[in-house]
Design a protein around this ligand. Structure first.
Ligand code: PSU
Ligand code: MN
Length: 309
């Protein structure tokens, strides 16, 4: 039991603790995409594959979740089983962490809370699928992911395939600019569209390799708190068919609206609808892009660790 009067410190797995102590590269991984973004039981194999992709990039994976009120950075296999199997696991953004801690609850961490816990433990690189952002119709609903403000104050590299394409992508890029979050494309100035290679929006900057991404983060860290988003597109021959993409997304958003889904349930509902409406095509592409991001994050963490202090 933790002392109920203090926020519990994150518990590091022995492998993650050793790597951080020795200055070896570590990559944080979020658990919401496992628990709420991918269907059971496929999520369990994906969890192992994502960790293996980080290792292929040369770094130690640190999957993050809250178990019985305690944030864990680096999970045992049995802990990953718990995250992937529990249909009632909570989805925890930053604002939910104190409630989970005080009440001893368990939950999966989103981009916002994973980034916070990673930074708190000295992990500098984080891989995910797609960031949360400004939802379509946000002018009516005010629905904007807490991922955006979290990244404005959390210093780490976030490797993603853009923002989830169920969102208003241009509006999300505008908010990232307002919040002074650094955004670079990996090998491109085309902003990726998550399931598709091209979101239709462009970026001002790109980096050519992992070393340049590490150099941008090193410079950012000296300047001001805040994240460096590295947007890593799928190759065109691995993307979801763009026509299928546009059709199933329109259907999924209409279904969410018709079902009256609101708040933090919207993203899991829409992703689940897409996976079923596309007969698994969005699922396969979603897993693929997360694996590519994890591998690149491993290489960026390795490049950061190799920089002279
Ligand atoms: N990217 C994915 N799948 C996901 C998510 C991102 O490929 O499930 C999750 C992330 O955890 C992100 C969250 O932080 O969706 C955003 O949720 P919301 O839109 O409710 O803020
Ligand atoms: Mn939301």
């Amino acid at each position: 039991m933790h002392d109920a009067n203090t926020a519990p410190q994150p518990v590091l797995s022995p492998e993650v603790a050793d790597a951080l102590r020795d200055g070896r590269p570590v990559v944080a991984l979020e658990s919401t995409l496992l628990a709420h973004g991918l269907p059971r039981p496929d999520n369990r194999a994906a969890a192992d594959d994502v960790e293996a992709a980080v290792r292929a990039g040369g770094a130690v994976p640190a999957t993050i979740a809250v178990l019985d009120g305690v944030p864990h950075v680096g999970l045992t296999s049995a802990q990953v089983d718990r995250v992937c199997a529990d249909p009632d696991l909570a989805k925890l953004g930053v604002r939910d962490l104190p409630v989970a801690a005080a009440l001893g609850m368990s939950g999966a961490t989103t981009v916002s809370s994973t980034a916070l816990l990673a930074e708190a433990t000295g992990v500098e690189v984080f891989a995910t699928g797609g960031l949360g952002g400004v939802h379509r119709q946000s002018a009516d609903t005010f629905d904007e992911s807490a991922d955006l403000t979290a990244l404005s104050r959390t210093s780490l590299v976030v490797v993603c395939a853009g923002v989830k394409s169920i969102l208003d992508v241009p509006a999300t890029l505008e908010r990232l600019e307002s919040l002074s979050v650094t955004v670079v494309g990996y090998g491109t100035t085309t902003f990726p569209g998550f399931y598709v290679a091209d979101s239709g929006s462009t970026l001002d900057w790109s980096v050519a390799d992992a070393e340049q991404a590490a150099a941008v983060f090193a410079a950012r860290r000296q300047l001001a708190p805040g994240a460096v988003v590295v947007a890593n597109p799928l190759p065109a021959d691995e993307q979801l068919d763009p026509a299928l993409h546009d059709r199933v997304i329109a259907d999924a958003l209409a279904a969410a609206d018709a079902a009256g889904v609101r708040g933090k349930a919207v993203t899991p509902f829409v992703l689940d609808h897409l996976h079923r409406a596309s007969e698994g095509a969005t699922l396969a592409v979603n897993v693929r892009l997360v694996l590519r991001n994890a591998e690149l994050a491993g290489r960026i963490a390795s490049a950061l660790a190799a920089r002279p202090a």
